[in-house]
Design a protein around this ligand. Structure first.
Ligand SMILES: [Cu+2]
Length: 494
């Protein structure tokens, strides 16, 4: 057996989740030796997709969207839309520079597309319903791209997102650095919420007005890796054991329609090591972070010497018994300390971010909304873009590639707009005109009501890209447009 094939073999073994602690053999291609990807333990339903391709630099998978019944609560199973009958969808695990081929089949009774959130790939593969014909019921589409950046990402539907995302069409993506820091264990958690009928456990009806449209749909149940963690009958947090002395990497993706919350890890010394766009130049310690729909964080987690458990909590605004809005903690994941180990310090690769102290043209994107002809309509710079069944987006602006641009986003309606720019990363510089400490690359920034947020981006990735609020109820009611970076390419993949 050639060393090449052996490498592939090792990769496949890891992807199917072999639980061995022994170091996996390295992958050798020509003269370049890549250490094998670290195993990601199966954490309550996040099963990596088996790789159909023996080439260690190609991840080739089958992905099917279809209706799927999940036992979320005692009694009737909940009818969802899922990828490969998994909730969340299967984990995609690759290394930066790998080619990813996804043979996607739509077995839903309605059209859909798949968007690879945060991956700076070609716009032809981004899942834009403007560029790609939506995948009709029974039809297939092959997504084929090279992953350019390491980090924690996710994939999800980008059509009829109010319903399809609520019904569970999402999954996580882990892309490892070429020289990745080695931890005792890596774990990944995906947060979500869902609104279920109390009578029969089914996803409750979608309202076309009122708070659901105004602030976005918020659930009555919180989910962690597809498990209900609050209220009666839920499975509770994801649980596992971790030895004292371990140093773990915990990745987190927020896949809600609209709910933002705080994240806190108790019982450990914690540093934020990565944001949407990958590792930070300098990890930092913080009591808690705020996370908005679409965003990601990676944490370095070291159990405190006297801790008996390490708990990941969502800090969510709820109504107390006197109808006051208060913040309450909900356990997403709980590691019980068991045994002891000695862990080598993880070695982080050198990371430098694009310069922010630069001359840059200033642009303004005003996020707004109101009632037009009895219909709630959201707008960017006064223009609603995505309304009803049409798949056309207004072209908001054209940018030169690789030129720094400052964009000040402002919101005069709604509590918040987590604003997502496809195919690009940016850095958050200011809020309300004042510098803020929100380090790292982002693809989504939460713009709070009556506040401005100023970002800086270099628009490094050519193409036509969607820009939109990640609250599905806002994007699908107008707060979604396209930008063009560089010269448009005439030939589309229609
Ligand atoms: Cu919004």
């Amino acid at each position: 057996m050639s060393r090449y094939t052996m490498g592939a073999f090792a990769l496949v073994g890891i992807l199917v989740g072999c639980g061995s602690d022994a170091p996996a053999p390295s992958t050798t291609v020509g003269e370049v030796v890549h250490p094998a990807l670290p195993p990601l333990p199966e954490v309550s339903g996040l099963t990596p997709l088996p790789d159909l391709n023996p080439d260690p630099h190609i991840l080739e998978v089958d992905l099917v969207a279809r209706s799927h019944a999940v036992q979320l609560l005692p009694g009737e199973p909940t009818q969802l839309f899922n990828y490969n009958d998994q909730f969340p969808g299967p984990l995609l695990h690759a290394r930066v520079g790998d080619r990813v081929i996804v043979h996607f089949k739509n077995e839903l009774a309605e059209e859909t597309v798949v968007h690879w959130h945060g991956l700076r790939i070609s716009d032809q593969m981004d899942g834009s319903p403007v560029i790609q014909n939506p995948v009709q019921p029974g039809a297939s589409f092959t997504y084929d791209f090279v992953v350019p950046d390491a980090g924690t990402f996710w994939y999800h539907t980008h059509l009829h997102q109010i319903q399809q995302l609520e019904y569970g069409l999402y999954g996580a993506i882990v892309v490892h650095e070429r020289e990745f820091p080695v931890f005792s264990t890596e774990r990944i958690f995906v947060g979500d919420d869902i609104r279920l009928r109390t009578t029969n456990n089914q996803v409750s009806g979608f309202l076309t007005s009122g708070p659901d449209i105004g602030a976005g749909r918020v659930g009555n149940r919180l989910l962690s890796n597809g498990r209900i963690i609050n209220g009666e009958g839920g499975e509770g947090p994801v649980t596992f054991t971790m030895p004292r002395g371990s140093i773990e990497r915990w990745r987190f993706v927020l896949a809600t329609n609209a709910l933002s919350y705080g994240l806190r890890i108790r019982g450990a010394d914690v540093r934020v090591i990565s944001t949407d766009g990958g590792l930070l130049p300098e990890p930092f310690a913080l009591e808690r972070v705020e996370i908005a729909p679409g965003q990601r964080y990676d944490f370095e987690v070291r159990p405190k010497p006297d801790a008996t458990e390490v708990v990941l909590e969502a800090l969510v605004l709820v109504l107390d018994e006197n109808d006051n809005v208060v913040e309450a903690p909900f356990e997403l994941a709980r590691g019980t300390i068991e045994g002891e180990t000695v862990t080598a310090e993880p070695i982080y690769p050198k990371v430098s971010l694009p310069a922010t102290s630069v001359e840059a043209a200033s642009h303004e994107w005003k996020l707004s909304g109101g009632v037009v002809d009895g219909q709630v309509q959201f707008t960017i710079n006064g223009v609603p873009s995505y309304v009803g069944e049409g798949h056309e987006h207004v072209l908001l602006e054209t940018f030169e590639p690789n030129v720094p641009v400052k964009i000040t986003l402002s919101s005069n309606v709604s509590p918040r707009h987590p604003f997502h720019i496809h195919g690009q990363f940016f850095q958050i510089l200011e809020r309300g005109g004042k510098p803020v400490f929100e380090p790292g690359l982002r693809d989504t920034v939460e713009v709070r009501g009556n506040e401005t947020a100023t970002i800086l981006t270099y628009f490094e990735n050519h193409g036509r890209w969607m820009v939109h609020c990640h609250i599905s109820e806002h994007s699908e009611n107008g707060m979604m447009a396209d930008i063009q970076v560089g010269t448009p390419v005439q030939a589309h993949s229609h």
